[in-house]
Each structure stands twice: as structure tokens, then as C-alpha cells.
Design a protein around this ligand. Structure first.
Ligand code: ATP
Length: 244
């Protein structure tokens, strides 16, 4: 039986984003990740998507138990707090903490089904992904259903080629006829398009940051200063995990 640990008291982190009268009909960005820790690559991806794709805002959804990888190094409450600190002050960003404490694997289709229920069938939802994540899409649980639930917007990432030729065959077939460079497509229907978008290339990864910290190096200018201070205060990532 799956268990769910409860978020700490006062963790009512969800606030509407893009629900002001003028923006309610604009597409809503959805950005899931482990954020272990959140870094400037994540922030630029979300901000550049919001600007260049004309999104009402971006909902950040930290994963509790990511299905395709090792358990996160930092516990959910720490990762959540880092995202909260990182996005503070940006009115176009909001935190959705509802999955961070879930110990079941955090698959994306159920997340989008939940958001569909919350926002209705007509709302345009745009799942934001880096190119590395997009290229692995055909390994995701119920991945073909993603296109019936949301649009996909794919950011370039250093080291990962863009374009159909770089995709695994199943995925290349699935996205044929969906790929478009027209961001306006995101506002014309609730789901189904795949829109690559350029972002300032930032060769930063959470893996690299964790490794630096394990080796006693710093992460200044790779993460927001508030996140760096939080990592330091709580001694995160400084040692190899034991017994995990
Ligand atoms: P890790 O190194 O632990 O795998 P990560 O840095 O890739 O972590 P995730 O939380 O796994 O971060 O990523 C969330 C999303 O952000 C994914 O879609 C990923 O492709 C994207 N992403 C992360 N870093 C970048 C970056 N520097 N440029 C573009 N996209 C990125």
C-alpha cells in the first residue's frame, strides 16, 4: 500500500499562477523535476519559456519519488524549500508542493490528469522539458497519453542535439505532425503540440552541483544565492549518502 508522508505544517505552497483576469486563458506552463538542488539552468528554462511561449505562468512541481532515477539526495522538504527560495519574487512562478511528499513513483501522466481536473478540459497546459528529458520520453509510463493531456515545450540543453533525427524511432514517429516552431499553437488548443524553444545555453546540472559539494567545492553562481546559503546552513550534499 503506497504511503504518503505529510508536508510540514504551514506548507500551503500552492497559489494560483496566471489566474488574473487577463492571463487566465493563456497557456499554463508545468515544470516538474527533482530539483536536487534547483539551479540557474532550471530558472532560465522556466523564465525563457514563460517569455518566449507567452505563458500565463509556470507551476513548479518537485517530484517526491522520481521514477527514472536514484532517490533524491536531499529530502523533499529541503528540495521544496530550495525551490520556494529560488522562485520567490517572480510573480510568474508558483510552487505546487502536492507531489513532493508522495513516496509512490511520480509519473507525469497522473500529474497532468490532476491538473486537467483542476483547470478544465479547455485550458492549454504546456509541459516544460529539457532536451535530455524529452529524448527519454518513450521510456516514461503511459507516455503516449502525454500528448492528449498537454503540449510539450522542449528547451535545448548543451550536449543534446535538437531535431527529429536525434530522437529514438518511437518518439520520432509519435511527434511527427506535432512538431512546430509556432508558439501560437500553444494557445489554439489545450494539448498535442510539441514546440522546441531556444534558451540561453547553461551547462549546469544538479549532478554536477552535488558532486562539487561532495568534493568540498562551492556552488556560488550556479544556484541563486538564497539557495546556496540554504545548502550551506543545512549542510546539504556534503557527504556521500550512507546506507541509501
Ligand atoms: P540531475 O543532474 O540530478 O539529473 P538536472 O539538473 O537534470 O538533475 P532535473 O531536476 O532532473 O535537473 O531536471 C528538471 C528538468 O529541467 C528536466 O526537464 C531537465 O531536462 C531540465 N534541465 C535541467 N537543467 C537544465 C539545463 N541546464 N538546461 C536545460 N534544461 C535543463
Amino acid at each position: 500500500m503506497p504511503q504518503r508522508t505529510e508536508p510540514p505544517v504551514g506548507d500551503s505552497t500552492r497559489r494560483p499562477v496566471g489566474d488574473s483576469p487577463g492571463s487566465a486563458r493563456l497557456p499554463l506552463g508545468v515544470f516538474g523535476g527533482t530539483f536536487d538542488p534547483v539551479h540557474l539552468g532550471h530558472l532560465r528554462l522556466a523564465e525563457e519559456a514563460r517569455e518566449s511561449l507567452g505563458l500565463a505562468g509556470v507551476l513548479w512541481i518537485p517530484a517526491g519519488t522520481p521514477p527514472h532515477r536514484d532517490l533524491p539526495r536531499a529530502p523533499a522538504d529541503r528540495r521544496l524549500e530550495m525551490v520556494r527560495l529560488a522562485i520567490a519574487g517572480n510573480p510568474g512562478f508558483a510552487l505546487d508542493a502536492s507531489e513532493a511528499f508522495d513516496v509512490r513513483p511520480g509519473f507525469t501522466v497522473p500529474t497532468l490528469e490532476r491538473l486537467r481536473r483542476e483547470h478544465g478540459p479547455a485550458r492549454s497546459l504546456v509541459l516544460l522539458l529539457g532536451m535530455d528529458a524529452f529524448r527519454g520520453l518513450a521510456t516514461w509510463h503511459r507516455w503516449r497519453e502525454l500528448f492528449e493531456l498537454a503540449h510539450l515545450a522542449v528547451a535545448g540543453r548543451p550536449g543534446y542535439a535538437v531535431g527529429e533525427a536525434a530522437l529514438p524511432p518511437d518518439l520520432a514517429v509519435a511527434v511527427r505532425g506535432r512538431l512546430t516552431g509556432d508558439a501560437g499553437a500553444l494557445g489554439r488548443s489545450p494539448c498535442g503540440a510539441v514546440v522546441p524553444f531556444p534558451m540561453t545555453p547553461l551547462d549546469i546540472s544538479a549532478t554536477q552541483i552535488r558532486r562539487r559539494l561532495e568534493f568540498g567545492q562551492g556552488c556560488r553562481y550556479l544556484v541563486p544565492e538564497s539557495v546556496r546559503e540554504y545548502i550551506q546552513t543545512h549542510g546539504l550534499y556534503h557527504q556521500e549518502p550512507h546506507g541509501r
